[in-house]
Design a protein around this ligand. Structure first.
Ligand code: AMP
Length: 601
């Protein structure tokens, strides 16, 4: 059976997961589960992907591309060396690096993947993601929404029906989804979000704050030098992360500028309150999305049972406070916020491959889809009337048909313009595709046309228009917004990506002959690869039965013991997620002692 990997293709970081012994794990490279979503060329023109590319960004921003996800689905190119690339080609390079990582770890070729996208990605952005997968040599068997993937890592059989609110804030995008989980079925009730809001924006605000202070002091705008800017961007991101656990962070960059021939250094303290003041307006926007998601799901805040945080930026303490204030309950960050999406994608991959890993998923479309029609308010013609066909929050897959009529006698052609959005006026919505149906019968108006929208499980749309009297039909799959490569360009794109990878001195993607290599954990054991893999699987199995035992005991345990037990269970789950044999064993030993002691009292 083909393994289907799960990929979280993030703005800042990406990860790849797979199911092993029924458990989702994230595959690591040298113990590191995260691949920074950064692509670059070194001074010799060789390809760099991940940490190496991110490290050179500070010195060579002109040879480095980051946050490409923010450009997915747009008709533009970015420069890398002397070549121009479309966003999906750069994403393909990241996906190819993840595919190769998976092949190295699993020891065999990987051909299929589930890739996650923000719930609020539109049709063009989804198609661009699918194409990136294809350019990377992957068959994209499903595209799923990131918050939905995170929910797939949860127990699909809670003792009672649970309503979850997933707040997912990554480097570049924000999503909130509300789901109902009961008897093995996860049903998404609503989704809202902003595909241009994330931790990168926090960095930008902090950068402006620091640069403004420097400018006031020295009269120099550091943002004007791309080198200084990229150095500072790395420094403020680091400071931002420290501010999640410390009240003040010092930013110190030597020789950042020059004045009258003398070097200038930058040393600034940033207080957490100042930083929080900068990002508060952005977080207020996310809370408005939370309100909208609640209202679409017809729920009040107090009806939510669990608030789940996903995405690296949710480590920001202000987010916890604002959400707790708004929702009136503690937030839940039990799952690893950085890894949950890749693990959920792996669960979805296993479900598609026919592995019984539990949940059944019912996802929705977060946007309304429909076409542009003519209306006559007050007798005046309005050519921009939006006529919804599939309402937002409808479960997928869905097929809906509506009847429309021609406006003129013997009208030969009708233009079908498909929009997504919530406004009555199409000019305020997003055009996702358009086509003509030509050769209509020369009959008097009104001549009926059936317009059918098929939205599949990937959120990808097919539109069909059929003339009722003749059966004349025309359809499009919505992909023209993203300027799909014509075949020839596509082959060229694949060749260019292959050439970049061929030039890199890296380990072969996988070795077809020997036994499968180990799942790379941060283990340093000398045992052979097979042994290491089996050790990991054994350790995970033992740990899971220990967790089950602890859960039986925890209810009866006294306050302090119960708290200690919950803490150890969380640590153990995190160690399983990281596939770290050493950590699993260490935490299991401590938990085992406690279980032994509590079983005895
Ligand atoms: P993700 O796309 O989920 O990998 O999230 C990446 C974003 O999370 C980036 O903007 C990071 O700077 C941010 N991030 C990671 N760790 C922290 C932290 N400890 N505090 C605040 N933001 C963080």
């Amino acid at each position: 059976m083909d393994v289907i990997i799960g990929i979280d293709l993030g703005t800042t970081n990406s990860e790849v997961g797979v199911i092993r012994s029924g458990v989702p794990i994230v595959l690591t490279d040298d113990g590191d589960p995260i691949l920074p979503s950064v692509v670059g060329l070194d001074p010799q023109g060789k390809l760099l992907v991940g940490r190496a590319a991110r490290n050179q960004y500070v010195l060579s921003p002109e040879r480095t591309i980051r946050s490409i996800k923010r450009k997915m689905g747009q008709d533009l190119t970015v420069d890398l060396g002397d070549q121009k690339y479309r966003p999906q080609e750069i994403s393909a390079i990241i996906l190819r690096a993840l595919k190769e990582r998976a092949e190295r770890v699993l020891g065999h070729e990987v051909r299929k993947a589930v890739i996650t996208v923000p719930a609020f990605f539109n049709e063009g952005q989804r198609e661009a993601t699918r194409e990136a997968g294809e350019l990377a040599g992957l068959e994209v068997v499903r595209i799923i929404n990131e918050p939905t993937a995170a929910i797939l890592t949860y127990d699909p059989n809670p003792p009672e029906m649970e309503r979850l609110l997933v707040y997912d804030l990554g480097g570049g995008t924000f999503d909130v989804s509300i789901a109902m989980v009961e008897s093995g079925v996860i049903e998404i009730l609503s989704s809202h979000g902003d595909t241009n809001l994330g931790g990168d924006d926090f960095d930008q605000r902090l950068l402006d704050f620091v640069c403004d202070r420097f400018q006031t002091e020295h009269g120099i705008d550091l943002r004007e030098s791309s080198r200084a800017r990229s150095r500072l961007l790395a420094a403020v991101e680091d400071a931002k992360k420290r501010l999640s656990s410390e009240p003040v962070a010092t930013i110190s960059e030597e020789f950042i500028a020059e004045m009258n021939g003398s070097p200038l250094h930058l040393t600034q303290d940033v207080m957490r309150e100042d930083y929080e003041g900068l990002i508060e307006p952005l977080l207020a926007k996310t809370l408005r999305c939370v309100d909208d998601a609640l209202s679409d799901a017809n729920l009040r805040a107090l009806q939510i049972d669990k608030v789940v945080l996903v995405g690296g930026a949710t480590r920001t303490p202000l987010i916890h406070r604002m959400l707790e204030d708004r929702l009136g309950r503690p937030v839940h960050s039990e799952i690893e916020p950085d890894l949950a999406v890749a693990m959920g994608a792996a669960v979805q991959g296993a479900l598609i491959a026919g592995v019984d890993v539990g949940p059944v998923l019912v996802d929705i479309t977060p946007h309304t889809l429909g076409i542009e029609v003519m209306s006559y308010p007050g007798g005046f013609p309005n050519p921009y009337q939006f006529s919804p066909i599939i309402e937002r929050n409808t479960p997928l897959p869905v097929t809906k048909t509506d009847i429309y009529t021609t406006a003129h006698d013997a009208q030969k052609v009708a233009e079908i313009r498909v929009f997504q959005g919530e406004e009555d006026d199409t000019r305020l919505n997003t055009l996702v595709g358009e086509f003509l149906i030509e050769g209509l019968a020369p009959v008097p108006a009104p001549n009926s046309l059936l317009v059918r929208l098929d939205l599949d499980l990937n959120g990808i749309l097919k539109v069909t228009a059929t003339e009722r009297v003749t059966g004349l039909a025309k359809h499009v799959v919505i992909d023209n917004m993203m300027e799909r490569f014509r075949n020839r360009e596509r082959v060229n794109a694949i060749d260019r990506i292959n050439a970049l990878f061929d030039d890199v001195d890296h380990a072969p993607a996988y070795d077809a002959s020997p036994a499968p290599r180990a799942i790379e954990a941060d283990d340093d054991s000398q045992s052979d690869d097979d042994g290491t893999e089996n050790e990991l699987l054994d350790a995970i199995e033992a740990a899971r039965s220990l967790i089950a035992k602890s859960e039986e005991l925890v209810a009866a345990a006294a306050g302090e013991d119960a708290a200690e037990m919950k803490g150890l269970v969380q640590d153990l789950q995190a160690a399983i997620t990281r596939s770290s044999v050493d950590d699993i064993r260490r935490v299991s030993a401590a938990l085992d002692d406690l279980v032994y002691y509590l079983s005895d009292v």
